[in-house]
Design a protein around this ligand. Structure first.
Ligand SMILES: NC(=O)C1=CN([C@@H]2O[C@H](COP(=O)(O)OP(=O)(O)OC[C@H]3O[C@@H](n4cnc5c(N)ncnc54)[C@H](OP(=O)(O)O)[C@@H]3O)[C@@H](O)[C@H]2O)C=CC1
Ligand SMILES: CC(=O)C(=O)O
Ligand SMILES: [Mg+2]
Length: 589
């Protein structure tokens, strides 16, 4: 580093003597220390009423405003005479959404609702999570990002582009909410398995944060979606007259690193030490680098590397009830050796080493990965990216996944390639010939990128596969029996994980917290779930699941001395539940 921007940062507000790292405790916006000739922003708080109240999504209740509230808040005549309950509004909304046949229209209706009446949006999402999760999240959010330019109406998060270089702290201050506790940030380069969607990736932080609230109970006002725009290498977007982002090729190297450095410093400066920053859908060449650079100085979490690892480990722990043995008895083969693949692989090796008191290196030998060039083996070591090197085991080169399955004889096959239809009939049949109950996880999102469908996994394994996928599949009727596929998605982990961190005032993420989250999730799978072949509990009980994950993550954080909220609450599950946002309307009298 060391260019002018960083020098300015060092000499100026970001790290200068006037700024405490814990920014936000006192004189957060510099009003006290400003002199008459230094302009400040006149932040003001006012009470909304009348038309303004109806236009404020956080407080608007629409036709549910009572007669008394209508009188007290100057709403007479601004609403039709009827007074509806929130339940009736919810019933009407779900009917409206069901009437749309096109999933993207359902997505847009949900986004409109979020912008109009936030509590009704969250009530609808929480009460109909199975039906609406695929709309606000994968797979439909993927299509929404692809078409974001044409469906874009109002900004839902903060856009920080290269144009804002040197002014990121100012930009953060433009966001209307001041007490932010969690940021989900993307640079749009690897949106699900859809590739570089540039600035249109904003749909992902917006969707992830909606889940922080709906699934994890984190208040919406403390959540901030951010898209960093350094350009895009997607030519289609660059040629699109309606593209909403910077029309230039992606900045890389020092230019990229400096923008991210300024961003990370400004965030900590503005919101303090305990702001949780979740990196989402960065390409792997930046994702690993950002995580390792900031994990000791900031409260950072990479959902694609760490959240995915935790959810898959949970599924594997749970699956032992169905397939028997311990994790160390298994052999794992991955298709895809990027963020998700190597992240999961590393956490499996760590879990086995903790359970068996053996070294992580030793346990890595049970885990094999295939990338676009074939099996990762020692003869390829020199040309491998750094995150693949630990997986370069001794073996002759193998080109295809099918040959790798035959050579390695895995008990577990995990797809993290981002490429659909790669678990072919031959591959699944080979897994089924090697294992009584082959465990097959097709994790790539959205549905179009799934390595195989649920139907294919069950049919090609003659109903013997234990199957879960990143995007949801409907139950499958195979030979007169109904098979219910699970959804192996980090959405099970990050909302509860984040809640646990926030409620305990945790200052750093530690791998042991990921293991704690996995064990907490696996413990929520019931006998009834196992009987259906499920290795994940249903999303309908996600708030209870999240409270349990939050409690276990917080407990681990206290144990490690990383939690700053003292004294430690005795019953962490109850405490987590008491911290959770409820979408029910409040009375304004
Ligand atoms: N279910 C869930 O919760 C999650 C799912 N995912 C999904 O996982 C997928 C991958 O994400 P991520 O790991 O971040 O992506 P990365 O780009 O980091 O990694 C992709 C990997 O797949 C390999 N690959 C690409 N094409 C092929 C192919 N045809 N055959 C074999 N290997 C191939 C790449 O090989 P090479 O290195 O040689 O280019 C690379 O190793 C995405 O679809 C994403 O949506 C991600 C996070 C969470
Ligand atoms: C689920 C997720 O984080 C992804 O597919 O990138
Ligand atoms: Mg992701």
């Amino acid at each position: 580093m060391g260019d002018s921007t960083l020098k300015e940062m060092k000499n100026g507000d970001l790290e200068g003597e006037n700024s405490g790292v814990a920014g936000g405790v006192e004189d957060m916006y510099g009003e006290d220390r400003a002199t008459q000739d230094q302009p400040i922003t006149p932040w003001a708080i006012s009470v909304a009423s009348g038309h303004t109240l109806l236009r404020d999504p956080r407080h608007n209740k629409g036709t549910a405003f009572t007669e008394k509230e209508r009188d007290a808040h100057y709403l007479r005549g601004l609403l039709p005479p009827v007074v509806l309950s929130q339940e009736l509004q919810e019933k009407k909304m779900i009917q409206n959404i069901r009437n749309y046949e096109v999933p993207l229209q359902k997505y847009m209706a949900m986004m409109d609702l979020q912008e109009r009446n936030e509590r009704l949006f969250y009530k609808l999402l929480i009460d109909n999570v199975d039906e609406l999760l695929p709309i606000v999240y994968t797979p439909v959010v993927g299509e929404a990002c692809q078409k974001y330019g044409s469906i874009f109406r109002r900004p839902q998060g903060l856009y920080i582009s290269l144009k804002e270089k040197g002014r990121i702290l100012e930009v953060l201050k433009n966001w209307p909410e001041k007490s932010i506790q969690v940021i989900v940030v993307t640079d749009g380069e690897r949106i699900l398995g859809l590739g570089d969607l540039g600035c249109q990736g904003m749909g992902i932080p917006v969707g992830k944060l909606a889940l922080y609230t709906a699934l994890g109970g984190v208040r919406p006002s403390v959540c901030l979606p951010i898209t960093i725009d350094v350009g895009t290498n997607n030519q289609k977007l660059l040629d699109d007259e309606f593209y909403i982002g910077l029309k230039q090729k992606r900045a890389t190297g020092q230019e990229y690193a400096e923008l991210m450095e300024e961003f990370m410093s400004a965030v900590k400066q503005n919101y303090g030490e305990k702001i949780l920053i979740q990196f989402e859908d960065f390409a792997n060449h930046n994702a690993f680098e950002l995580l390792s650079r900031y994990r000791t100085s900031h409260l950072v979490f990479n959902d694609d590397i760490q959240g995915t690892a935790s959810v898959v480990l949970a599924g594997l722990i749970a699956s032992l009830k169905l397939v028997g043995g311990t994790l160390s008895d298994h052999t794992f083969l991955f298709l895809g050796a990027g963020e998700a693949g190597t992240g999961i692989a590393e956490l499996i090796a760590l879990e086995i080493s903790k359970k068996t008191h053996t070294s992580v290196e030793e346990n890595r030998k049970k885990i094999w990965l295939v990338d676009s060039k074939g099996l990762i083996v020692s003869s390829r070591r020199e040309s491998l990216q750094h995150f693949k090197k630990p997986w370069a085991h001794e073996h002759e080169p193998v080109k295809s996944l099918l040959d790798a399955v035959k050579a390695i004889k895995p008990t577990v096959l995990i797809g993290t390639s981002g490429v659909g239809k790669t678990f072919t009939k031959d591959v699944v049949e080979a897994m089924a010939s090697l294992n009584e109950k082959p465990l097959i996880l097709a994790l790539s999102n959205p549905t179009s990128q799934a390595e195989c469908t649920a139907e294919e996994a069950y049919a090609w394994s003659e109903g013997r596969a234990i199957f879960a996928s990143g995007s949801p599949f409907d139950p499958v009727d195979y030979n007169g029996k109904v098979y219910v596929p699970g959804q192996a998605n980090n959405a099970y982990i990050f909302p509860g994980f984040g809640l646990g961190i926030i409620m305990s005032g945790t200052i750093r993420v530690h791998d042991d917290m990921l293991l704690a989250a996995s064990e907490a999730l696996a413990a929520q799978v019931t006998e009834e779930n196992y009987e259906k072949g499920l290795i994940y509990p249903p999303f309908t009980s996600i708030r209870k699941i999240s409270a349990n994950i939050a409690a276990k993550v917080a407990a681990k954080s206290y144990e490690l001395g990383l939690a700053s909220r003292l004294p430690r609450p005795k019953d962490l599950v109850k405490y987590a539940e008491s911290c959770m946002y409820s979408p029910n309307y409040r009375s304004y009298l």
